[in-house]
Design a protein around this ligand. Sequence first.
Ligand SMILES: [Fe+2]
Ligand SMILES: [Fe+2]
Length: 272
Amino acid sequence: MLIAQLTDTHIKPDGRPAYGRVDTLSCLKASINHINTLQPAPDVVLVSGDLVDLGTAEEYTLIRSLLDELQMPWMAVPGNHDNREEMQSSFGDCDWMPESAPFIQYAIDDYPLRLIGLDSLKPNSGGGQICSERCDWLDQTLAQQPDKDTLLFIHHPPFNTGIRHMDQIGLEGSDHLAEVVQRHPQVKMLLCGHVHRSVQTIWKGIHVVIAQSPAHAVTLDISADAESSFVMEPPAVQLIRYENNELVTHLSFVGEFSGPWPFCHPDGSLIN
Ligand SMILES: [Fe+2]
Ligand SMILES: [Fe+2]
């Protein structure tokens, strides 16, 4: 099974640039084309929050029209730039969207790997939250299928990255989340977004991976007085391969690059 993770697409109304500078619409179109032409093709695409920038219906209509061009199923959870009610309304006909639920959380049992999306949105806050109600739902949902390997995805990472201004808008309730996940060893990995760059750790015994954004990246500045800023690093989507009960992630950069070039001559000897 192959999964593509797309995160932090930050689509603006009318496709306006984000922060006056980032053509997020073109970034999303390029990443969708990239995913659609991958070989082998991913089975499913997970969109891990900050789909749009302002949370308006107009933005969701625009991103929906693009996500529907994906040639495989896709599903999404909200980030801090999203609006839960607008998302529920714009994606209400998607089979993954819970009906009349307070949060956009769901489990997908259609694949060899179980997929569980978590809602970390805390209204009017850059930071996220996983409250007792959401943790209890996760605990009960995981208890339903204790023997099936499971992948969680959520917008806000539960650990500190060292990028100070992002850590200040981290995930409230992460200790409770850890307690729940630790009770269910079938959870193989937790995928996140929010930081717009590739970061990995083992957090309280849980493998957590943040994906690069296909748009702007948060500047890698781990000094104590780091200011909030972004850089236009190479755009990427994350691929997650599940085989023989093991999960492996790869960054797949979006763009035109020289190659592939052979390492060896036709006779098998190394080119040097
Ligand atoms: Fe973001
Ligand atoms: Fe975010």
